[in-house]
Design a protein around this ligand. Structure first.
Ligand code: 3PG
Ligand code: MG
Length: 400
């Protein structure tokens, strides 16, 4: 893979595909980690006299503009971080984009509006995607792929555009891939993987592969309830992927066969209601054993015994990969599980990797020092698919 040092950028228009998909509360950015992570690549290109055109998706709009998914607040924050003004184009490939890019002088930067406001970006139809990539290509002379969080997406700006322009990987992608490669090649043991979050089916695939690599797998968050249900326990109204229960049982059996410790919560905090994330009204959850969830309640965080158990399982780790919060950490009554895992990573002597937009944001929102972790990845799905051993379209495109 070429790096940005291999590209001729002085006086050139350089398209930087970033992942600026940050969490927003209205138009307020609640975690700017992804913006900070790509800023050094942009700064380096600006210093070398490039006209930098940054593009990203935000959220999942359906191929047309939607005000709540505008990147406008991100342009402001990017400017603050870079210490320079960032011109913002009100569209992606329209008149505003053309005029904004044409007005750039060497060493100046612009951000285009959300790529996903255009149906061509995410289209499954190759021709439609290529046509959109060609429109994007008209705005630039070179391409830098640095949106690590989106490299698992076969999207126009990620996969098709690099084929149309001289291209290279940005520094963020180079760093991310370097760390993940370490986790697939030479891990210090015990290798402990902690998986949580809500997207159960997204993450089951990775377990298949991790069972061959990890020594211990600890499960929390929304994923846990499908495993508990698979073991025959009542999970009430907890998040459940009933069609995945058989698969969960297969994994449990495989773990046993291979001698991999597969650990599920022993106690959970439950409530009849999902917490109020805006007003943060006290939730007053009940604490129950994980095999005794009442039929009318849902599990929303791991309980204190599980926190202790997981901390003990992490205490001697040589390597830790953590993806996905343990509970609804956005509410203080359900943040303790995620906090306990974050703290256990900090206390562990091993190399610790936090993967995923949500877990990374959780770590920072809960007040942990991000520099104390071995590596905080900007990609959730992307890092999981890398660990699964899948080909990632955005990396394949940069290799050619
Ligand atoms: C993410 O937040 O996981 C990345 O930005 C990718 O977003 P997506 O899952 O909507 O493609
Ligand atoms: Mg995500």
């Amino acid at each position: 893979m070429k790096t940005i040092e291999d590209l001729d950028v002085a006086g050139k228009r350089v398209f930087v595909r970033a992942d600026l998909n940050v969490p927003l509360d209205g138009s307020t950015i609640t975690d700017d980690g992804r913006i900070r992570a790509v800023a050094p690549t942009i700064a380096k290109l600006l210093e070398r006299g490039a006209k930098v055109v940054v593009a990203s998706h935000l959220g999942r709009p359906k191929g047309e503009p939607e005000a709540k998914f505008s990147l406008a607040p991100v342009a402001v924050r990017l400017g603050e971080i870079l210490g320079t003004s960032v011109a913002f184009a009100a569209d992606t490939v329209g008149e505003s984009a053309a005029a904004t890019v044409a007005a750039l002088a060497d060493g100046q930067v612009a951000l285009l509006e959300n790529l996903r406001f255009n149906a061509g970006e995410t289209s499954k139809d190759d021709a439609e995607r290529k046509a959109f990539a060609q429109q994007l290509a008209a705005l630039a002379d070179a391409y830098v792929g640095d949106g690590f969080g989106a490299v698992h997406r076969k999207h126009a700006s990620v996969f098709d555009l690099p084929a149309l322009l001289p291209h290279a990987a940005g520094d963020l992608i180079a760093t991310e891939v370097g760390v993940l490669k370490k986790l697939t090649d030479e891990v210090a043991r015990p290798y402990v993987v902690v998986l949580g979050g809500a997207k159960v089916s997204d993450k089951l695939g990775v377990i298949d592969n991790l069972l061959k690599k990890a020594d211990r797998i600890l499960i929390g968050g929304g994923m846990a309830y499908t495993f508990l249900a698979a073991k025959g326990h009542e999970v009430g109204i907890s998040l459940l992927q009933a069609d995945q229960k058989d698969r969960c049982l297969e994994y449990l059996a495989e773990a046993e066969k291979r001698g991999v410790e597969f650990v599920l919560p022993v106690d959970v905090l439950v409530s009849a209601e999902f917490p109020d994330l805006k007003g943060k009204t006290p939730a007053n959850p009940d604490l129950v054993a994980s095999d005794a969830i009442p039929a009318d309640k849902e599990g929303l965080d791991i309980g204190p015994k599980t926190r202790e158990l997981y901390a003990a399982k992490l205490a001697d780790a040589g390597t830790v990969f953590w993806n996905g919060p343990m509970g609804v950490f956005e509410h203080p009554d359900y943040a303790n599980g995620t906090k306990a895992v974050a703290q256990a990573l900090l206390d562990s002597p091993g190399f610790t990797v936090v993967g995923g937009g949500d877990s990374a944001a959780a770590v920072r929102i809960l007040g942990f020092d991000e520099n104390a972790f071995g590596h905080i990845s900007t990609g959730g799905g992307a890092s999981l698919e890398y660990l699964e051993g899948k080909q990632l379209p955005g990396l394949t495109a940069l290799e050619g």
